[in-house]
Write a protein that binds this ligand. Structure first.
Ligand code: ZN
Length: 79
């Protein structure tokens, strides 16, 4: 299994913790967070495919604003 951390981009996957009640199982990926500006978006459950790195509300000036779905697809397609 490959790491979530692409060498050229910097994002974190926050997993669901006990008590989060966010609709995810404990230990499941729950949020995608930009390591640079701290923007984060909820990750869909197993049946959802709406959430993407494209939707991260980066701050102005974040160098990762233009990181798009290629990263996401590369890491999640076929997982
Ligand atoms: Zn950012």
């Amino acid at each position: 299994m490959r790491s979530f951390a692409a060498p050229e981009t910097h994002f974190r996957i926050e997993v669901s913790k006990p008590g989060d009640h966010d609709g995810h199982q404990v230990g499941e990926p729950a949020r995608l967070e930009c390591d640079e500006c701290g923007a984060s978006v909820p990750i869909d459950g197993p049946d959802g495919h709406e959430t993407a790195v494209d939707e991260l509300p980066h701050s102005r000036g974040c160098s990762q604003r233009d990181v798009k779905s290629a990263w996401w697809m590369d890491h999640y397609a076929g997982v």
